[in-house]
Design a protein around this ligand. Structure first.
Ligand code: GDP
Length: 440
């Protein structure tokens, strides 16, 4: 996410970090570099200019040059301003109605249908809501089918009516259906076009007026940079929407849209889409995003994701096994499965301070555990529970079965043994011992 921008900002701020004494000249130089980095990331020139002007003003106000650690203080000012620019605090969505009606808007291909599904899934699994999806794209039967596919995938009902070509009537019938069938959230997916045009704008605004949703969300593809900002403005002029959804942040986006959109339409970004899967949705936290852009990682989100996957019952069983020396490859496999559920590797790495930068040029496979899993799957159940029986001929068979080499099998066994030792030490209250081992 935003590799290029992070890189350039890091270089800009590096000038300061490296200097023994910081002068007005190198602060000015840094600010110029920051502005250039923002413009390169497709941030509107005026926004970038205002941004550096504010940072400069704050730096002067806080007497950065006379402070104990001028570099660090300036980085903090930059971070705070970046957070402010992206919206300050995170903002939730309004679910006050019964049912609460959420209207989705945006261009075709922006990711509206996918996001409608993600949001329904999010509200169902994380907020214990009973959502209904409504398909209002009367022009493309394929779009209606796509919403049904998404609905099936997440186990959420989809209301559609292919015989009606009036989107307002469908939206109203959908809401009525929700009321009589106990759905407490209605998510209405609408038709988009490839570019902003009058017909689409009139249609979405007619639906908007007729159903008066609690929440109108505008979905936009972050890869489209400045265009994203212009489209947001056009939709906001007509709908006065409540929030923005930025999709495709997992791609090679430059980041301009995320940084500029709030200050242009003065509406918060509420969620981001980070992949094609239904789970690839995150609440947008401006300050965590600023941390990520500045290469400071996002430990809070990482811990949250780990906690979501944490199962106390499983953990207790695991502890018992470790204590009794019964931790085998089947348990190892389960652990891998849990880590995989947290997200793709590159994304996770980006949340560890400093690691994102280090890993940037490495080609991290989406499925980094593929080889390990193949090796484990090639073992017999007995070998998995008692790895010590793996002798030379067994190793050879496992390597052949998994399409790897004996060397790789040996390496995994070694890692497995080390992990076992470490886990035992942690259990035996040997945290100190482990720290010594890691340091030594
Ligand atoms: P709609 O026309 O606005 O309804 O857009 P769709 O929901 O059909 O999405 C268009 C394409 O973008 C599809 O191929 C989606 O799988 C893809 N897509 C949507 N959201 C994301 C995302 O967050 N990341 C990635 N990589 N692809 C996405």
């Amino acid at each position: 996410m935003f590799d290029n921008l992070s890189d350039k900002l890091d270089k800009a701020l590096h000038i300061l970090k490296g200097h023994g004494s910081i002068t007005e000249v190198n602060v000015a130089e840094t600010l110029k570099e920051i502005r250039r980095a923002l413009v390169d990331a497709d941030v509107n020139y005026k926004i970038a200019k205002d941004f550096t002007a504010t940072v400069k003003e704050k730096a002067l106000g806080q007497d950065v040059l006379k402070s104990l650690k001028p570099g660090q203080l300036l980085v903090k000012i930059v971070k705070d301003e970046l957070t402010e620019l992206m919206g300050g605090d995170a903002e939730g969505i309004n679910l006050s109605g019964n049912p609460s009606v959420i209207l989705m808007s945006g261009l075709q291909g922006s990711g509206k249908t996918t996001f409608s599904g993600k949001l329904a899934n999010f509200l169902k699994t994380k907020k214990s809501k009973k959502p209904l999806l409504v398909a209002c794209d009367v022009y493309r039967p394929a779009a209606i089918n796509q919403l049904h596919v998404v609905g099936d995938q997440i186990g959420v009902e989809v209301y559609s009516d292919k015989l009606t070509n009036d989107p307002v009537a469908i939206a109203q019938a959908g809401i009525a259906h929700a009321k009589t069938n106990g759905f407490n959230v209605v998510i209405i997916d609408t038709a988009g076009r490839l570019a902003v045009d009058e017909v689409m704008m009139t249609e979405i605004s007619t639906i908007h007026k007729a159903i008066q949703p609690q929440e109108t969300l505008f979905v936009v593809d972050s890869m489209t940079g400045q265009d994203a900002v212009n489209t947001a403005k056009a939709f906001n002029d007509v709908l006065n929407f409540d929030g923005v959804i930025l999709t495709k942040l997992d791609g090679d986006t430059r980041g301009g849209a995320a940084i500029s959109i709030k200050s242009v339409v003065n509406k918060p970004i509420k969620f981001i889409g980070t992949g094609e899967k239904m789970e690839a949705i995150d609440v947008f936290y401006p300050s965590r995003m600023a941390d990520r852009i500045l290469g400071m990682g996002d430990v809070v989100s990482l811990v949250e994701r780990a906690q979501e996957q944490f199962d106390e019952e499983e953990a207790r069983k695991l502890q018992k096994k470790i204590a009794k020396d019964q931790f085998g490859f089947d348990d190892f496999l389960k652990q891998i499965q849990q880590v995989k559920k947290m997200g793709n590797m590159k994304d996770l790495m980006g949340m560890i301070p400093g690691a994102g930068k280090m890993m940037k040029n490495m080609d991290i496979d989406d499925d980094a555990f593929k080889g390990i899993e193949a090796i484990i799957h090639s073992m017999t159940p007995k070998e998995r529970s008692q790895p010590h029986i793996l002798n030379a001929s067994r190793k050879k068979r496992v390597a052949k079965g998994s399409g790897t080499s004996v060397q790789e099998v040996n390496q995994l066994l070694k890692q497995f043994n080390q992990m076992g030792k470490m886990m035992k030490m942690m259990q035996g209250g040997g945290g100190k011992k482990m720290m010594q081992m890691m340091q030594g």
